[in-house]
Design a binder for this molecule. Sequence first.
Ligand SMILES: [Cu+2]
Length: 294
Amino acid sequence: MGVAVVIILVVLGTVVFHFMSPWWWTPIASNWGFVDDTIIITFWVTGVVFIAVGLFLAYCVLRFRAREGRTAEYEPENHKLETWLTVGTAVGVAAMLAPGLFVWHQFVTVPEDAYEIEVVGQQWGWAYRFPGADGKLGASDVRKITDDNPFGLLETDPAGQDDVLVDDVDLHMPIDKPVKVLLRSIDVLHNFYVPQFRAKMDMVPGSVTFFWLTPTRTGTFDILCFELCGVGHYAMRGQVTVASEETFQAWLGEYQTFAESLADARRDDDGSGSEPKLAARDGATESAPSGPAR
Ligand SMILES: [Cu+2]
């Protein structure tokens, strides 16, 4: 009797906790509401099965408890019951997996008019690149990375000359516009994650991964690295601000293009100020993870 009561209390307590718990997702800020829906469907399927199995267990403990003269009956086959359990399990698993296939199809089908931006991950910080007036991001190669060219852009690619380089962990995005986020890492595995966007993707050195979203709510949200990437992993954070197109363009206008930053860096290298600047950069590298080493 006691065991059955404990099982029933565990089932009831779990259900009450699920609905009363103060922990829930942070309010969504992108078009990926379908991602939340699939998780809620999974909660329903697993919740119903959990309650049914828990209550059935309590019933069996009570109904078939040990009594004087009662013996267990051995019944290895029950075709009717097995058919029901197989069909029920198949329907439950399909209900959990099928919505995920639909949402994944949407997730990898990028709208034609999506605005491309690039996120570059590095132990332990972020940097961003936006296409210039030509609307195209230029080619890059990690082997071209130097102090003067931290993104490793190919100087021979004209499409890259007007790319705007944001060497800062804070990112801005325009609202209500599909954005294709191209992801690149220049050292180890990272993962670009903004919880409010309900989208994330691994960043793999040597390849360019991507996801897309349409930001639907203005605000400033945390950017987290979601892949354990070294001792400074916890500090690999940034912020993304979703704002109007005008605010976004004004922010973007504060940054230099690749051609401008290269010319500036080379002018600095030629001048007398180059030594202290490089020394300061080396110092910053050694003091990581307090800031991005670049
Ligand atoms: Cu990381």
